[in-house]
Design a binder for this molecule. Structure first.
Ligand code: AMP
Length: 194
């Protein structure tokens, strides 16, 4: 199985690249941000509570996203693998996630992090905000999201570094070029796991 975490700060290009990867490798794309936005669109209580935090650029509670991911992984028992996008975002999420995936016999092969400098991230997110309609793609919230990333999320990569499963990819440049950099890493992982 090909279970990959696509990692990086907001605006790194995770969603865009995940869409391309699932087609090439026949995987399921699980984005906790998308799952939360779908809860908001459906007007559920969970969505209502999550929206407040998302609009403030804050993370939603660990147990909420862990529960969503567990549900979705179990709902796709026959998939050839998963691309996790925007999850895990805290060390607590990473710990629970490792336990879950190992217990299901679906271990994580690697965490691929898209490296993009902050100036470029802000530029991309402001641009995206003009068309995305996302209430958190405004300059004030973008900065708060980047602070959450530095304070809580960046450390997730250390766990995978310690297990030699952290792969850095330059996330600047042409979309197709970045895609082929990621594919190179994934193809190497697949060879290594056979
Ligand atoms: P994203 O679409 O990944 O940029 O996520 C948008 C927002 O959803 C984030 O700013 C958080 O408020 C929330 N969110 C998404 N994924 C997570 C997660 N794994 N843990 C906590 N909050 C999350």
């Amino acid at each position: 199985m090909l279970n990959i975490i696509l990692f990086g700060p907001p605006g790194a290009g995770k969603g865009t690249q995940a869409e391309k990867l699932i087609k090439k490798y026949n995987l399921v794309h699980l984005s906790t941000g998308d799952l939360l936005r779908s809860e908001i669109a459906q007007g559920t209580l969970l969505g209502l509570e999550a929206k407040k935090l998302m609009d403030e650029g804050k993370l939603v509670p660990d147990n909420v996203v862990i529960g969503m991911i567990e549900h979705k992984v179990k709902a796709n028992p026959n998939s050839e693998g998963f691309i996790f996008d925007g999850f895990p975002r805290t060390e607590a999420q990473a710990g629970a996630f490792e336990t879950l995936m190992n217990s299901l016999g679906k271990p994580i092969l690697g965490l691929v992090s898209l490296e993009v400098d902050e100036k470029e991230l802000v530029r991309r997110l402001v641009e995206r905000g003009k068309v995305s309609g996302r209430s958190d793609d405004n300059e004030e919230t973008i900065h708060k999201r980047l602070v959450e990333y530095e304070n809580k999320t960046r450390a997730v990569a250390h766990y995978y570094s310690n297990h030699n499963k952290h792969f850095r990819v330059n996330g600047i440049g042409d979309m197709e070029e970045i895609f082929s950099r990621i594919c190179k890493v994934i193809d190497g992982l697949q060879v290594g796991s056979k």
